[in-house]
Write a new protein. Structure first.
Length: 134
């Protein structure tokens, strides 16, 4: 994948593919580095923001993750990966009230698309999070 990036330096999709491969091979630091470098050239590439945020979460650099996910949502509000990552991360941080709000937002967005069955799981996750609020 790195050879493809070298051969096609102006191809944002090649950078996304590299970040994807690195993330799922658990090369988290390298994934974050690739994303941050690529975002200088491709700031509008929402998936680079998603992988950068996910890498930050894996590295427990939670507060660095949210600006990436928020940028991804602003760039493409129909693509829900960043919202799922945000909800899980808020749960990791013990911020169950905020996690529940995000799960509800995901469910609402799915319902607006007519995906009521798909919205059930995020609704259930919101309820579980609310049950954790002390």
């Amino acid at each position: 994948q790195e050879a493809i990036v070298q051969e096609h330096p102006d191809d944002a999709a090649a950078r996304v593919d590299l970040a994807h491969a690195l993330f799922f091979c658990h090369e988290t630091e390298r994934c974050l580095q690739v994303c941050e470098e690529a975002l200088h050239s491709f700031p509008e590439e929402s998936m680079l923001h998603v992988y950068a945020g996910d890498a930050c979460r894996e590295l427990k650099r939670y507060e660095e993750a949210f600006p990436h996910w928020e940028a991804a949502v602003k760039l493409d509000d129909k693509f829900l990966d960043a919202l799922y990552s945000m909800a899980f991360c808020r749960g990791d941080m013990g911020q169950f009230d905020k996690a529940a709000d995000i799960w509800d937002d995901i469910a609402r967005r799915l319902e607006m698309r007519g995906l009521e069955i798909e919205a059930q799981w995020p609704r259930n996750m919101a309820e579980k999070c609310r049950a954790q609020v002390k």
